[in-house]
Ligand binder design. Sequence first.
Ligand SMILES: [Zn+2]
Length: 115
Amino acid sequence: MHELSLAMSILDIAGEESDRRGGAEIKSIYLKLGPLSGVIKQALISAFDLAREMSPFSKVELVVEEVPLRVRCHVCDTERELPCFQDLCCPECGTPCGDVVCGRELEIVAMEIES
Ligand SMILES: [Zn+2]
């Protein structure tokens, strides 16, 4: 149910944006989603479809861009993309990396609005 309340708050934000523009129609919402956000893309999209049916924005589309998980390894002094987020260790030297550069994202980055 986490995804459903999230989908509803995304629609709330879209609704506020629409109001601010005098009831403009929101066509698409662009969301960035990282693997550490705890949200599963497919679950969010299904929840969004459901939430959309119950909202005044039945035509709005949710576009989810998945962000890779990147950490900074202090031993290699490099940013590395992790293929798996079960353990946050550098794939080259195996040092645990708690320094997440990106991957926690759960944010609306843009909206396409009918002008
Ligand atoms: Zn390393």
